[in-house]
Design a protein around this ligand. Structure first.
Ligand SMILES: NC(=O)c1ccc[n+]([C@@H]2O[C@H](COP(=O)([O-])OP(=O)(O)OC[C@H]3O[C@@H](n4cnc5c(N)ncnc54)[C@H](OP(=O)(O)O)[C@@H]3O)[C@@H](O)[C@H]2O)c1
Length: 259
């Protein structure tokens, strides 16, 4: 039986950092790379000596989820790690985004994450680890990033509840809540946006976030927050009224918001 890791959003940013870290795990036979960009995944795999397996899929589509579940069921594999990093956000007012854009964000960030968990859990055993990438944006409603922040609140809540349900199987689910990271995320969120912040406080590199998240997952933690500012924000959001946090987010963005 092959020991595998599955990483979504593997073609760039945080997902790619997880792939680099998982390549150092000696017990893994294969790492399955999921994203839409077939070419990028194949380029990564061609440099890996056969351990990386490209699985190009659009995880916002139900048919892709079904195809992935079938692929897993057809093979004799044990999933040791599932990292759900595929996700995106769009800056803008509620009326700037089309219904299709809002729905697609929900389909990928929420349904994609849940669908991957449901497909992989039957192939996991004691010691298995699921890392779901939420966001610091999950701790409070965020005007002008409203759908994205709400999807990430879902991911954090779902992950922590699932962690308790899977405890008796010895599988740990970690909700990873990064602050701003220097990846393709921001440029993608700004593309076509009528409103966008231009100041991104305490931006970090994704490698530190991934390394801490993997350490936390191995230690059996249900939450991973990397860096001083994100930790302060995360725990501050537990103490302060949400109205106050939303007001300070609006004020922080007001000077920099692009129209
Ligand atoms: N960067 C930040 O500031 C930040 C902060 C907090 C949380 N996050 C979260 O961190 C995670 C990783 O984002 P990132 O920062 O690494 O951004 P990124 O560099 O834009 O990476 C996003 C990844 O998701 C994949 N993806 C997008 N749509 C997809 C789809 N429909 N099906 C399958 N894969 C898809 C992309 O590959 P393809 O385009 O090839 O499909 C890419 O590999 C996301 O969940 C994001 O919400 C980011």
């Amino acid at each position: 039986m092959k020991q595998i890791a599955v990483v979504t959003g593997a073609s760039s940013g945080l997902g790619r950092e997880f792939v680099k870290l998982l390549c150092r795990e000696p017990d893994l036979d294969e790492i399955w790379l999921i994203a839409r960009s077939k070419g990028k995944l194949e380029a990564m795999a061609s440099r890996s000596g056969g351990r990386l397996k490209p699985v190009p899929l659009d995880l916002s589509e139900q048919k892709s989820m079904d195809a992935f579940a079938e692929m897993l069921n057809a093979q004799d594999v044990r999933v040791r790690y599932l990292v759900n990093s595929a996700g995106y956000g769009k800056f803008g007012a509620y009326s700037d985004l089309s219904a299709e854009q809002s729905r697609n964000m929900i389909d990928l960030n929420i349904s994609g994450t849940v669908g991957m968990c449901l497909a992989c859990i039957p192939h996991m055993k004691k010691g298995g680890r699921i890392l779901n990438i939420a966001s610091l944006a999950s701790v409070t409603p965020l005007p002008y990033l409203n759908v994205y922040a709400a999807t990430k609140a879902f991911v954090r809540s779902y992950s922590r509840a699932l962690n308790l349900e899977l405890r008796e199987k010895g599988i740990c689910v970690t909700a990873v809540c990064p602050g701003w990271m220097d990846t393709g995320f921001i440029a993608n969120a700004q593309t076509g946006a009528k409103h966008s912040p231009t100041v991104f406080a305490a931006m970090t590199k994704p490698d530190g976030v991934a390394a801490k998240a993997l350490r936390d997952a191995k230690a059996g933690k249900d939450l991973s927050v990397y860096g001083f500012f994100p930790k302060l924000t995360y725990f501050g959001a537990k103490l302060l009224p949400q109205k106050l946090i939303m007001q300070s987010w609006l004020q922080m963005q007001a000077g920099s918001r692009r129209r």
